[in-house]
Design a binder for this molecule. Sequence first.
Ligand code: NAD
Length: 434
Amino acid sequence: MKLAVIGSGYVGLVAGACFAEAGNEVICMDNNKEKIEQLKNGIIPIYEPGLEVMVERNAKKGKLLFSTDIKDTVEKSEIIFIAVGTPPDEDGSADLSHVLAVATDIGRHMNSPKIVVDKSTVPVGTAKRVYDTIAKETSYKVVVVSNPEFLKEGAAIDDFMYPDRVVIGTSDQDAAEKMQELYAPFVRTGNPIIVMDELSAELTKYAANSLLATKISFMNEIANLCSRAGADVTMVRKGIGSDKRIGYSFIFPGVGYGGSCFPKDVKALIRTSSQFDYDMRLLKSVEAVNEDQKKALIPMIEEQFGKDLSGRTFTLWGLSFKPKTDDMREAPARVMIKELVERGASINAHDPAAMDEARRLGLHKHVSLFEDPYDALENSSALILVTEWLEYREPNFNTIKARLAEPVIFDGRNIYKPEKIRELGFTYFSIGRP
Ligand code: NAD
């Protein structure tokens, strides 16, 4: 099929590459000229394992093209995916300006009947708004389908190629069949394609992310109680996770969730519900718990070093909001840096993938960035582990001890064993463990 993906970010580029891999002809369009120039030159603007080879392979075959020309992109495509950002507005609702701007562009350049697919995460009712926006500009038939994306950054290719499920929201029979045909190569092992109406599909995405965020905040509250009561949250996690109804995923305590999805989707769902005169009390608490949790290590740092941290340096390992991505949107590390700098501390930091992103965000003005994680420890009062990258899991503790000014570790992801660390002579703090 001839496809277009408008917006070539984490979702658009992965979707475009995977659709091309399945044999479709795909144009990835973006209005960011620099991004498209990079892609044309084989440079992938984001860190996502496996993406570079897939893009290169399909670009070489001519299956994957990159463009800044919306008119040409629309004219050449039968199915057009909208995969632009929907960041939180000031009141927490999803900002639809990019989505609707693209809808207007599509409408203006329609040259035949087309299917337009909302791939971006958008509030319930948006498919209708996108339809109305396009229909204002053209008399060609357009069907707007909601097809939310569930991929995880860091495992995006696998998630797209082997999705747990594909959700297709449309009441148009022909469009539903076309979309099922498009997704058939990705569901060969029996994973379902679930066809439903547009409104339910839109809400499904928010419900999924909000439930996962709820599990995380719930577990963080249990961890906070554990540390007060002297219990060990690791054992509690094993105890409850073994119950099949609960499961082990998303019940790891830590310094909170971040990223481009959970925080904004929880906020947007709260906002949507208020527009329908419904107060989502549970989700408001999920959000509040998470905001506090990003600062969970601060009282421990104050306990060890006092409230005034001026003259001290701390080393952060991990800046991205989770491992295997360079995405720092709403990353707990950013809150941690702000809190420490406010208390007078200097910060050294290392991240295996997010250093360029940190520079792009201007973080290097407050933080010294190091290419080597051990170099970042020099003259530092403590190591603060914020993101559980694989390469931090089995570090050389003797080197850590030798290079830190004081042997203190704050483990925001509970990746080290308390007894082992203490035997090595460290003072060790973690989340919800005695
Ligand atoms: P992103 O910021 O990485 O990419 C968005 C891209 O859209 C950017 O490259 C931007 O230049 C481009 N863009 C903006 N306006 C445009 C326009 N008018 N014309 C052409 N291009 C334009 O965002 P993302 O992380 O890929 O997220 C996209 C959507 O997918 C969001 O709604 C998000 O909630 C959703 N989503 C994201 C993830 C994820 O893990 N990142 C997962 C599932 C769903």
